[in-house]
Design a protein around this ligand. Structure first.
Ligand code: ZN
Length: 70
């Protein structure tokens, strides 16, 4: 089974119109990345971080990885 490049969740549905993404949202998120890498993705707090050449493509964009905070 393929995984969504955006949220890393397993993509289901052979006739999924949003493949290889799991949903339209993930597709749009990825698209917006390509269209304008400098553009701010809604819902993502970006505070002018330095190191533009450091591409973290392999970084899992999971906001559920905070099970051990404080
Ligand atoms: Zn997804």
């Amino acid at each position: 089974m393929k995984k969504c490049p955006t949220c890393n969740k397993p993509v289901q549905g052979q006739d999924n119109p949003f493949r290889p993404f799991c949903s339209e949202r993930c597709k749009l998120v990825d698209l917006s990345k390509w269209v304008s890498e400098e553009y701010r993705v809604p819902g993502k707090p970006i505070s002018s971080e330095p190191g533009k050449d450091a591409e973290d493509h392999s970084r899992p964009d999971s906001d559920s990885a905070n099970s051990n905070s404080s």
